[in-house]
Design a protein. Sequence first.
Length: 360
Amino acid sequence: MKEFAVNDSMGSWMFALSSISGFLSSYLTRNLLRRFDRMTVLRGGSIALIVSLIGLATAPHFYVFLFFSLAFGMSLGILGLIPNVLVSLGSSEERKQQLMSGLHAMYGVASFCSPLIAASVEVLTGSWRWTFGIITLVPAALLLYSFHGSHANLHQKAEFVPENHKLNKARNFKPQIFLAFMVSFCVCAEIMVSSRLALFMRRTADYDMEHSSLYVTYFFVGMLTGRSLFALIKLPFTLRTQLSASLVLTGLCILGGVYIHPVFLPITGFAVAPFYPLAITWISSKFPTDLDSAVSYMMATDSMMLVGMHLLIGHFTDTKGIAFAMLLLGPIYCLLSFLLVNSYEYFFERHQPQDDSNIA
């Protein structure tokens, strides 16, 4: 933001636009999967990500940077949806929760590495632009690996029967959107902390870039640890109970980070870690035959909600300060998600027999 000479509100548009395009691509990926096999969609998303990262690295003006932020979000929306569907469809009910946690532990590894890479590259090169350039190696590696023949049979075109699609949409749309908002409120709290933690440390504790980035690293270490634990163990509690506990602890950590000591904010990463994989496991148990749509709605809603979150926190940071913004939005998002977790069955399953009491 300093290089482009823009304020917090204007700078927040680079997050907002990537979220807007992520919303569009997450929703439209359903249609792509009806026309193409998952391998083709995966390769297209990888190529788009490579192009957008190069564009971000070389953007001469802020508006060009915003354009490639839009492309960046579009490609991530595509690449983010397919693995969730593949793991959910390819795992047994007994192992699904742990495998989903394992998948998202890999996201935790990436999140853990990203601030370290960003800080290291800036120290070595003196420019943030090189960070985007170097990261293009990751989607390039994915693209090359996609041509390996050993897993080609796993990426099949999804079956599409128009009559079944219409029936599923009429029956499942409301509960799927309800669950999508349930996940999205928690994701907003998570991304709010992770994306603004370094800024919070610089402005409230007067930390420099290097030390504030360490707090972001601690956040993702906590997230990686939490998801790795849930990949190894399966707690003897219902998914609803585990989701509720995660939200309560996340909200308390945000409050503690603002009111008591900033060290509670990195602990938020550990508290929120299991929520996303557990939520997808829960959703897949509710819609085992319509999972593509459920995950698509969920990720599209995530992106839409993140647009509002980034704009809101940018506005409140400009007008009231970063501490006020995090204190206001974080606990509210956790509370709203908690209410949806614990009211879903009341609204949508009161008059239906429970298929599996362990899933509730």
